[in-house]
Design a protein. Structure first.
Length: 280
């Protein structure tokens, strides 16, 4: 396992290669991340309804040598999870006179971030998200926070070009309350929530799940608390050349999902796109 990866990323990358029992452990860890991994190995095994040797085998499969090492990783991640732009400002300071240096650093950070995020996405999870969003029998809703709402709106705009019944849930409490009135078991909620997580997005995702809505979460490597309410989970790194977390890798992941929906639908959306263009 690469030391730069979070435990959640390592679990997702290796998930498709795990045995059914090992997958149970991975699901429990992700569903209550990072708390479940800070409990004793016996407690984690009980939660997953597996034996303690299964937990150790799962860790070995993702390249973690021991349970204490996993817990040490999680404690380090907690510190990163709560990092703010103020915390990062001093460490991200650059010589503003060196424009070429800044551009080179940006190229490296964004390129590495996109590659790492796409590499970490499990193929089975990605395919499941694409199938949900392309299913004409399902109504799609998107939601995000103060900044991540931009990604939700971006996805909404593209999906509306490809298929009907796609709606963006606004930021106000009334917008969310009205959406909850209409939720049903054939609906899909796509939520976006990143570091400095938004309580409103987390609670809305939980309430959607309670209404039997299928839930998809786009988040960061440390996992929003909304992860415990997500049926599907796709994460992306947030590294940036500035003190502010970047959505460039997240946008690349969204664009990849859009490409997947296009491939799944084939020529079906052509008439819809042509009709839209005629109104422009």
């Amino acid at each position: 396992m690469q030391e730069s990866r979070t435990l959640a990323e390592a679990l997702k990358i290796s998930f498709d290669a795990m045995s059914p029992s090992e997958k149970k452990v991975a699901r429990v860890l992700i569903a209550d991340y990072p708390v479940a991994g800070l409990e004793s190995v016996t407690k984690l095994a009980e939660r997953a309804s597996v034996s303690t040797p299964t937990v150790f085998r799962m860790l070995a499969k993702i390249g973690i040598p021991s349970y204490p090492r996993m817990q040490e990783m999680l404690r380090q991640e907690i510190a990163h999870r709560t990092t703010s732009p103020i915390d990062q400002y001093a460490s991200r300071g650059s010589d503003r006179s060196d424009v070429h240096g800044l551009l080179g650093e940006a190229k490296r950070v964004f390129s590495d971030g996109i590659a790492a995020s796409l590499d970490a996405a499990p193929g089975s999870e990605f395919d499941r998200v694409v199938r949900l969003l392309a299913d004409p029998k399902r109504r799609i809703w998107t939601v995000g926070g103060r900044y991540s709402g931009l990604l939700a709106e971006y996805l909404t705009i593209h999906l509306r070009m490809l298929r009907p019944e796609v709606r963006f849930v606004g930021h106000s409490e009334s917008d969310k309350s009205l959406a909850l009135l209409d939720f049903g078991p054939r609906d899909v909620l796509v939520a976006f929530d990143y570091r400095r997580y938004q309580d409103a997005t987390v609670s809305f995702t939980a309430r959607a799940k309670a209404n039997r809505v299928s839930t998809v979460l786009f988040t960061d490597p440390w996992l929003s608390p909304a992860a415990k309410h997500a049926d599907c989970l796709l994460s992306s790194v947030v590294d940036a050349p500035s003190p502010f977390d970047s959505f460039v890798p997240a946008l690349a992941l969204v664009e990849s999902v859009i490409a997947g929906v296009v491939a799944e639908l084939g020529d079906e959306p052509l008439g819809r796109i042509q009709a839209f263009d005629a109104w422009e």
